[in-house]
Design a protein around this ligand. Structure first.
Ligand code: ADP
Length: 576
């Protein structure tokens, strides 16, 4: 964030600097034009004076007939002084063909030009050669810098002398200085001959060749000046170039002055630019510091909030963990209790089933007992009559009947035994058959046909044999009850098959089927529609619990042609 705001501050300060520089540049150009026209206006004011003077008859007479007449010369000088008073030029004077000053507006002053020869001045040369002269120089007598303008004086088409006006430009310099402006004018040598700052005067912006120096000396243009170089180093600033003069930086704008070989320079201090930039940087730094402090404050606040929140969350988490541990413990205990209860229920269910089946079982056992009794009686007779063969047969029959009873009681013992869940690969077909053997006596007494359709291959599930037997005993028993007292064919049909990775069993009967309200409560413990004392309403809830323990499903429905069906489905156990 800070580097980008730093960049923004930098860009802003650069942009502001650049726009300030641009503004200054535009203002400079305007000022330059103004100063240039000031200067030109000042010079123009006197431009026609030499021309006007050159046509004056007295001037011509002075240059011809009265060139040695001091009285006449003074008359002309007086005239020049009067004219100068009106015109407010610096000096007006008349030179003869040799460059001698014959009359001058300052003839009565100490610095009078009269008697002096100025033939060395270029403006004199120009006039004598028929041109208008224009020349800036420091006065050799007055030491006052001025601009000289000359004009030839003609008599019968020949040049007899020159009229000259010297314009003092010092007031102009003073004006610039008073206005606090930095203005300077350089000649074709780069010499500063007009400047708002005195210390810049007669310094040169560049090296002057010896030839030029000699010429300057000869024409005495700038007196005894040595033309020290004013160093003007250039440096880049805010997309512009700064000129460094005397250790100060300026934005320098230069224009050529029309009809001359001069250049006017306008220098504006770039303090305003750097000041602007400094202000912006200061503001920027201020903003950055504020942002930094703000960001630190926000960060600290946020960290405080975060750490408080984290502490609260940690506390909460600890609470939740404790709560969870309590709940887990609770669930474990409940599960244990439930399992014990379920085991109890299973046991109760088994005993209930045994109770219900007891009559049929008793009948089943009574039969062989009676047969044994019969055979025992027969054995006695056969012994007496030495019928060894018959005796042998009777004893074999007794033995087989005893064995049959043993099987029945063994199955009952097994079934009634209290056992807890033991999951191992179990063949569901075996459980189906074993259960039907157990219930066989009841099927028989009730005249029920049991059709078991089980695949020849093993149908393994992760199960518990005894529990599975119980499932099928319960389903058979319910089927028996549902078909009790019904006319027609009584059939219990059991079909088991492997479908994909599942083992499915359908147990259907031809009994009463379910009434609608029964279906929704089928697996509720203690739900029964039976009025006899043995029906506890536990059979299906126990069945449901066992099937769920074995990761299986049970679904009851009415058959379309009457009777009920239970569809059981278990995940198939695949031996590795
Ligand atoms: P109980 O046999 O002691 O009533 P169950 O839980 O075994 O308890 O059965 C609950 C009820 O479900 C039965 O009372 C009976 O109404 C109904 N039921 C179970 N199996 C059958 C079936 N094969 N045909 C019709 N109704 C059935």
């Amino acid at each position: 964030m800070f580097s980008s705001s730093g960049l923004a501050v930098g860009l802003a300060s650069y942009w502001l600097g650049a726009s300030t520089a641009l503004e200054l540049r535009e203002t400079s150009i305007e000022r330059l034009s103004l100063y240039q026209s000031n200067l030109l206006g000042e010079l123009d004011k006197y431009r026609y004076l030499p021309f006007v003077l050159s046509g004056n008859e007295d001037v011509k007479d002075l240059l011809t007939t009265f060139s040695n007449d001091t009285f006449f010369a003074n008359k002309v000088s007086r005239y020049l002084a009067e004219t100068n008073n009106k015109a407010e030029a610096n000096v007006l004077y008349i030179m003869d063909k040799q460059g001698n000053t014959l009359a001058s507006s300052n003839w009565q002053e100490d610095t009078s030009f009269v008697g002096y020869n100025y033939s060395f001045r270029p403006y004199f040369q120009d006039a004598i050669e028929g041109r208008e002269g224009r020349f800036f120089a420091i006065g050799t007598i007055s030491d006052i810098p001025g601009f000289f303008m000359s004009h030839p004086v003609y008599e019968n088409n020949s040049i007899i002398g020159a009229t000259v006006v010297k314009v003092n430009l010092t007031p102009l310099q003073q004006q610039w200085n008073d206005g606090g402006e930095n203005v300077l004018i350089t000649d074709d040598n780069g010499i500063i001959f007009l400047a708002s700052k005195k210390e810049w005067l007669y310094k040169s912006l560049r090296e002057i060749s010896d030839v030029q120096l000699q010429k300057l000396k000869r024409i005495k243009q700038y007196g005894d000046s040595t033309f020290e170089i004013l160093s003007t180093d250039k440096t880049g600033i805010a997309g512009d170039i700064a000129t460094e003069v005397d250790g100060k930086k300026y934005l320098e704008t230069i224009q050529s002055i029309e009809n001359t070989n001069w250049k006017i320079h306008y220098l504006v201090s770039i303090g305003s630019i750097t000041e602007n930039q400094r202000k912006i940087v200061a503001i920027g730094i201020g903003v950055m510091i504020t942002l930094l402090v703000l960001a630190l404050f926000i960060r600290e606040r946020r960290q405080k909030v975060i750490s408080t929140r984290r502490a609260l969350e940690a506390e909460k988490m600890e609470d939740i963990n404790q709560q969870l541990e309590i709940e887990i413990e609770e669930r474990r205990r409940t599960e244990k209790e439930l399992r014990a209860a379920q085991d109890g229920l299973v046991q109760a269910g088994k005993l209930a089933a045994l109770g219900q089946m007891s009559a049929a079982i008793a009948y089943e056992i009574n039969q062989p007992i009676a047969a044994i009794q019969n055979n025992v009686l027969n054995c006695g007779s056969f012994l007496k009559e030495d019928k060894d063969c018959d005796l042998d047969q009777s004893l074999t029959e007794i033995s087989s009947l005893t064995e049959k009873m043993g099987v029945i009681t063994g199955q009952l013992k097994n079934f009634a035994r209290k056992s807890s869940l033991k999951i191992k690969p179990t063949d569901i077909g075996k459980a189906i058959n074993k259960a039907s053997h157990l219930v066989q006596p009841v099927f028989k007494t009730q005249g029920i046909n049991v059709l078991i359709n089980v695949a020849a291959e093993k149908m393994l599930i992760a199960g518990d044999e005894t529990r599975l037997e119980q499932v099928f005993v319960n389903l058979y028993r319910n089927a028996i009850d549902a078909m009790q007292g019904m006319n027609g064919v009584k059939v219990v049909h059991v079909e088991a098959s492997i479908i994909g990775d599942r083992v499915n069993v359908i147990v259907s009967d031809t009994g009463t089927g379910f009434e609608d309200h029964v279906l929704s409560k089928l697996y509720d413990p203690f739900f029964t529609t039976k009025s006899n004392n043995e029906s506890l309403g536990l059979g299906l809830s126990i069945t449901y619990g066992i099937i769920k323990d074995l990761k299986g499903e049970i679904h009851a429905s009415n058959n379309s042609d009457g009777g009920a069906s239970f569809v059981l489905s278990f995940p198939r156990y695949i031996e590795k």
